[in-house]
Design a protein. Structure first.
Length: 261
């Protein structure tokens, strides 16, 4: 959509240069902004994310309708998310687009249209925040019935995060995937419904923040033993701190209730 402005050409020029600093890795040698009288055909110029856009700004100045046009170096707006496949079909690594400068940074951690475009169409209904001391291991947790999908990320410290396919009849049943999620790398992991999830804290005061697709149901809360030899997770710690519930969890082969593929 083209936007209407009541600004001077100088203010539009300032806005354009700010856009250049944010969108172009290197500014052009000559400022491409020009002004011309008259109207420009009201045709939408914005295309899908990842395409080139021509900046158009309209301004009423001195009784004339002026058009400021970025005419030589278009702005490139990359996709908001970079999605990477893992060794487990359906488990995805999500890398948000980070905008940073000397003030700090900004990123979108969830946007429904971008996630649907990436194939994650589930609706999230609950957010959780967990803090763990170094050496704490939580998992392997799942919920059945009312299986939960989880979008997890580390907002402080560092974690080793694991997803296990526990869907009965799945071709990847019993297989696992693990990776580090840290405050620095800002990666997220999508763990779909039907997978068990667990993590261990690699630093003191490590925070896990995650979104869930269904509400927590205490009656459906279940666990599988963190070091089940049939799964064989290569945890980065040998003697973790466990809750009594996690320490007494059954092995996968002895689990009484499992989701179906």
């Amino acid at each position: 959509m083209e936007k209407q402005y009541s600004k001077t050409p100088r203010s539009i020029l300032r806005e354009h240069r700010n856009c250049q600093r944010n969108c172009h890795p290197e500014p052009p040698k000559e400022d491409p902004l020009i002004f011309r009288k008259g109207r420009v055909a009201n045709k939408p110029r914005h295309k899908i994310r990842g395409s080139f856009d021509v900046l158009r700004h309209f301004v009423s100045y001195g009784g004339l309708r002026m058009t400021a046009v970025c005419s030589t170096t278009p702005c490139y707006h990359p996709r908001r998310l970079n999605i990477r496949q893992t060794s487990l079909p359906g488990v995805l690594i999500v890398e948000p687009k980070l905008f940073g400068d000397d003030r700090g940074f900004f990123m979108e951690t969830y946007r429904v249209d971008a996630f649907r475009e990436a194939g994650i169409e589930e609706v999230f209904v609950q957010d959780n925040h967990s803090r763990s001391a170094r050496g704490v291991l939580r998992g392997l947790h799942y919920q059945h019935p009312n299986a939960q999908g989880k979008l997890v990320r580390c907002t402080r410290g560092a974690l080793y995060d694991v997803a296990v396919d526990i869907r009965s009849g799945s071709p990847t049943f019993g297989r696992w995937f693990g990776m580090e999620l840290t405050e620095a790398n800002k990666l997220m992991l999508w763990v779909p419904p039907g997978f068990a999830h667990g993590f261990c804290a690699l630093e003191d005061g490590s925070d896990l923040v995650y979104k869930c697709t269904t509400l927590y149901d205490p009656a459906a809360d279940r666990a599988i033993l963190w070091n089940d030899p049939d799964i064989g997770i290569d945890w980065p710690i040998a003697s973790p701190l466990l809750s009594a519930k996690d320490a007494a969890a059954p092995r996968l082969i002895a689990a009484s209730v499992l989701p179906q593929a």
